[in-house]
Write a protein that binds this ligand. Structure first.
Ligand code: NDP
Ligand code: MG
Length: 391
């Protein structure tokens, strides 16, 4: 029986994880569930899965959750320290890291430092502090398994010995597929007018609002390029983004002998979640089998960097290294939130990020404290850029 903590249990990945766990009560038990503000949704999940502990964002939230769960043997807690504790305590075997954004860094790192099996959806944590995070994984012998569908596909398309000896694996390219999001074919000059709801209407995937906007700007793919760099020790030159609007191939690895290995499946996050939960075994996920004869043609294109400037900004940040990806990530989080709140337009998102990267000097990232300091400076600079845009 594996005991699981789900960080971000009320989100889109959290719900898909609970769906997979519910299919295998003989294999998994839920130790802790966490949320930020959606207390009623967390209470529903707690009644269904009966965790030992539940964590929310604030004392008020915890008080409400306690009332909703009165009579049940569930300890209710709040705040970052509690998140770190349910991710790292001895009672836990595996942690699903599915908090959105930089807020996920501390508890995800705590799980790695405690040597847990870390199922990583929270790509922002790795983008912010890649070297430090991977060092913690190695030092504390944690097991890191990618949930992001592309990285899970790459993981499945690499040989088992890749981690020990990447040179011997003969990898020529990592081909990261991207759907291109809802605005792949929309006239570029009309992109300034798109609404948050239009940006969140992804053609293939149902996801939280932040990652949906990231998919529309293709910053999501940019963050994923940086994520792939850290997960697979691959330099920027080895990673190529390929637009594949159908999202059937979830990514590929091209080898020196001319072979290309791919992982295919219906676009449903329960597949990578089930893969990582059971690895190296396979369990049912609830996702229907892919019917290849039922499929229209699969298409592939090169990305247009002028339509998607965020993708170029992310490649630049990866090449710059140090704290540059943390600046990129923080500026993007603030800009996306401002866009979702209708404070700025869609095309202002990349402007804010570029302004922040110009304004805030980046350098080495020797400690988490240094990364968090740069994260805070970038958020301040992003807010200043937004105020200027609005004025
Ligand atoms: P959602 O917005 O649907 O869910 C986010 C979760 O994080 C919720 O449980 C939310 O709680 C919690 N949360 C939000 N802010 C905080 C905070 N400050 N402190 C603690 N918890 C917080 O996001 P997704 O599930 O879509 O995405 C989660 C992560 O997975 C992201 O990093 C995303 O990039 C990654 N990912 C998602 C994919 C998808 O298909 N959705 C695919 C690949 C990666 P509450 O509900 O209470 O606000
Ligand atoms: Mg992805």
């Amino acid at each position: 029986m594996q005991r699981i903590t789900i960080l971000g249990a009320t989100g889109s990945i959290g719900a898909s994880t609970l769906d997979v766990l519910a299919r295998h009560p003989d294999k998994y038990s839920v130790y802790a569930l966490t949320a930020h503000g959606r207390v009623e949704e967390l209470a529903d999940a707690c009644r269904r899965f009966q965790p030992a502990r539940a964590v929310v964002g604030t004392a008020d939230g915890a008080q409400r959750l306690e009332q909703l769960l009165a009579g049940l043997p569930i300890s209710v807690e709040y705040g970052e320290q509690a998140l770190c504790d349910v991710a790292s305590c001895a009672e836990v075997d595996a942690v699903m890291a599915a908090i959105v954004g930089a807020a996920g860094l501390a508890p995800t790192l705590a799980a790695a430092r405690a040597g847990k099996k870390v199922l990583l959806a929270n790509k922002e944590a790795l983008v912010m502090s890649g070297q430090l995070f991977m060092d913690a994984v190695r030092e504390h012998k944690a097991t890191l398994l990618p949930i992001d569908s592309e990285h899970n596909a790459i993981f499945q398309s690499l040989p088992q010995h890749y981690a020990r000896d990447p040179q011997a694996a003969g990898v020529a390219k990592i081909l990261l597929t991207a759907s291109g999001g809802p605005f792949l074919n929309r006239a570029v000059e009309t992109l300034g007018d798109v609404t948050p709801d239009e940006a969140c209407k992804h053609p293939n995937w149902v996801m939280g609002r932040k990652i949906s906007v990231d998919s529309a700007t293709m910053m999501n793919k940019g963050l994923e390029v940086i994520e792939a760099h850290w997960l697979f020790g691959a330099p920027a030159e080895l990673i190529e983004v390929v637009i594949h609007p159908q999202s059937v191939i979830h990514s590929m690895v091209s080898y020196h002998d001319g072979s290309v290995l791919a992982q295919l499946g219906n676009p449903d996050m329960r597949t990578p979640i089930a893969h990582a939960l059971a690895f190296p075994e396979r369990i049912a996920s609830g996702v229907p089998q892919l019917d290849l004869t039922d499929m229209a043609a699969l298409q592939f294109y090169k990305p247009d960097f002028s339509r998607f400037p965020c993708l170029a900004l992310a490649f630049d940040a990866l090449r710059a290294g140090g704290t540059a990806p943390a600046l990129l990530n923080a500026a993007n989080e603030v800009a996306v939130e401002a866009f979702l709140n209708r404070e700025i337009g869609f095309r202002d998102i990349d402007r804010v990020i570029a302004d922040v990267i110009d304004a805030v000097p980046h350098g080495p990232a020797p400690s988490i404290e240094a990364v968090l300091g740069q994260d805070a400076r970038a958020r301040e600079a992003a807010r200043a850029a937004i105020t200027q845009l609005r004025g």
